[in-house]
Ligand binder design. Structure first.
Ligand code: PEP
Ligand code: MG
Length: 601
């Protein structure tokens, strides 16, 4: 017998999207990909070919409907993904186009379907929004199912997995992710994907360590070979030697212990050692995120971005679609509050349902509240849906990109008129619904006192506030290095806004990315903020740091930092503070942190 020589260990790099370390035998999901050939057909075959396609679509519909019915209770909340798959099956861009291509080009159904998909792919390529871009993966999955059904193949069933494994796949469909027996999935590795792909969202929701966007998966990993997935660093180790195994086992144990402690903190109130308490909420956009928002211990949703319903379709979503979505979020999070932000489209987020002028400078163009005020019909439909949902849960309403008082006055007129309409129609809503504005345009900071008199709360959008104050296009990678939350002007603007809110007796929150980054937490605590809203997964860690912090000490730190005139010196001072007070929290084995080097401005 020839003993096979043990392979040399290989370390691959991808993007860690769900934290934790998994070690186990690899299971390669070698899904059969249907090969598509072009076959010219005769006039007489057209109807038959169309029928093959229509039949396959209807079978796919049955399969997906059955799948929805089969979803285990604990994952019922994920059914929305499959419902959207159902609607994609009949999307005219694919369905009608395929039928048209069959008769116009006289080609077989498989080829026509593939052509239709490629056409949609080209359209999606032009979209900048990463989330929307990723929806093409869902469409590809749906088309793949139909292709399999046309050609009589069926894809491999994940129920084959009966032992604990690390699942390695080119890609995973949401159906795969929901169907697989979670007990047997130690970790996930996919060749494609990003932080916003469904695999990532669901892996986080199910607490399975995952790395996506890994190149060379099919070449370098063999079934049953031991594999390590480090969802923290994004590393995948194939055939680890004893030294690597020892290292990652230690990391795995330390992460498990750390997480137990962190999660324990997530259920505790966000209160500092000296009794300062603030609310820690989650930012969310998709219904799939709700389980994670709840399990990570959020005190509600501080920012519900509502763009996705508009971006994903060719027509405006109806009032009923909007209402059902808002109602679902409010009911599932009840009694916690949900802050629904009105449409923030334009800028870097475009919707085919809304024709915008071709603007040279969209970040400074007709986006967010400006667009809504220009299109009252669009705005009022959303306001009606939000108000109607407010009768069924704890909803607040938030208006983006406010730059001055007259805008708020106009917004309030629309809101009042919408309320009046509902009263006339005897439709219930929360008469006391709280209304807030995002502070994300520098002018709003300088008139914050006047704005505070008009609203019930402020929510500071640091992503845009930094973009507009430092004049850095947030989607332009050439200036990304200049993005600097610690710029003295940025810190002063945040501080001014909070002070103005408190002087007017209203609350101030931060919902930009800065809120979930542990490094900035002491500075924000020191400013006496009332609420932080962040991606759900960041919550336990932030709560844990808050519980170790002393707000009085942070206030002294912040006062000192506000006196410093460069981001570089602010950073040095802050890092000294972090290392002397929270050394363990900034250990790289516990999370991923923003660049400690900073922009140097
Ligand atoms: C922000 O600008 O900080 C914010 C939270 O809004 P968005 O990222 O959706 O523009
Ligand atoms: Mg913004």
């Amino acid at each position: 017998m020839i003993l096979q020589e043990k392979r040399k260990s290989v370390v691959l790099k991808g993007v860690g999207v769900s934290p934790g370390v998994a070690i186990g035998p690899a299971f390669l999901l070698d899904r059969h990909r249907v090969r598509i050939y072009r076959r010219p057909i005769d006039e007489s075959e057209i109807d038959g070919e169309k029928e093959r396609f229509v039949k396959a679509v209807s079978e796919a519909e049955d399969q997906i409907s059955r799948l929805i019915a089969e979803i285990p209770d604990e994952l019922k909340k994920q059914a929305g993904i499959f419902r959207s798959h159902l609607s994609m099956l009949k999307d005219p861009m694919v369905y009608d186009r395929t039928l048209r291509l069959i008769s116009e080009e006289k080609v077989n159904a498989e080829w026509a379907l593939n052509e239709a998909l490629e056409h949609v792919g080209m359209l999606f390529d032009q979209i900048k929004d990463e989330y929307i871009k990723k929806r093409i993966e869902d469409l590809e999955y749906v088309v793949q199912r139909v292709q399999e059904l046309i050609s009589g193949h069926d894809s491999m069933d994940l129920s084959q997995i009966t032992e604990p494994v690390v699942l390695v796949a080119h890609d995973l469909s949401p159906a795969d992710t929901v169907r697989m027996n979670k007990e047997n999935i130690l970790g996930l590795v996919t060749y494609t994907g990003s932080r916003t792909s469904h695999t990532a969202i669901l892996a986080r929701a199910m607490g399975i360590p995952a790395v996506v966007g890994l190149e060379d998966v099919p070449l370098s990993i063999l079934t049953d070979e031991t594999i390590i997935v480090d969802g923290l660093s994004g590393e995948v180790v194939v055939a680890p030697d004893d030294k690597l195994l020892g290292h990652y086992r230690e990391k795995q144990e330390s992460y498990i212990l750390y997480r137990l402690d962190v999660v324990h903190h997530s259920k505790l109130p966000a209160e500092t050692r000296d009794g300062f308490r603030l609310k820690i909420k989650a930012n969310m956009e998709l219904l799939e995120e709700i389980p994670s928002v709840i399990s990570q211990g959020a005190d509600g949703v501080g920012l519900f971005r509502t763009e996705f319903l508009y971006l994903a379709r060719k027509e405006f979503p109806t009032e009923e679609i909007l209402f059902q979505t808002y109602k679902e979020v409010a009911e599932r999070l009840s009694p916690h509050p949900v802050t629904i932000r009105t449409l923030d489209i334009g800028g870097d987020k475009f919707a085919s349902s809304i024709s915008l002028n071709n603007e040279d400078n969209p970040a400074l163009g007709l986006r967010a509240i400006r667009l809504c005020l220009k299109k009252p019909g669009l705005f009022r439909t959303q306001l009606r849906a939000i108000l109607k949902a407010s009768a069924l849960g704890n909803i607040k309403i938030l208006f983006p990109l406010i730059s001055g008082k007259l805008e708020i006055i106009q917004v309030k007129e629309h809101l009042e008129q919408t309320k009046e309409d509902l009263r006339k129609e005897k439709i219930p809503f929360d008469e006391d619904i709280k209304l807030g504005i995002m502070i994300e345009v520098p002018t709003a900071v300088f008139v914050a006192d006047a704005l505070a008199a008009e609203v019930d709360f402020f929510s500071i959008g640091t992503n845009d506030l930094i973009q507009y104050s430092l004049a850095i296009d947030r989607v332009n990678e050439h200036v990304a290095h200049l993005y600097e939350p610690l710029h003295p002007a940025v810190l002063r603007m945040i501080n001014t806004t909070i002070t103005a809110a408190h002087e007017a007796g209203i609350e101030a929150a931060i919902c930009g990315e800065m809120a979930g980054e542990p490094m900035y937490l002491p500075v924000l605590l020191g400013m006496g903020l009332d609420e932080l809203s962040m991606n759900a997964i960041a919550i336990p860690k932030i709560k844990r740091i808050i519980r170790q912090a002393d707000q009085g000490q942070c206030a002294v730190l912040t006062r000192d930092l506000l006196e410093i005139s460069t981001a570089r010196d602010i950073r040095t001072h802050l890092l000294d503070f972090l290392t002397s007070n929270f050394q363990e929290e900034f250990d790289p084995s516990h999370g991923i942190y923003p660049d400690f080097a900073g922009a140097g401005v």
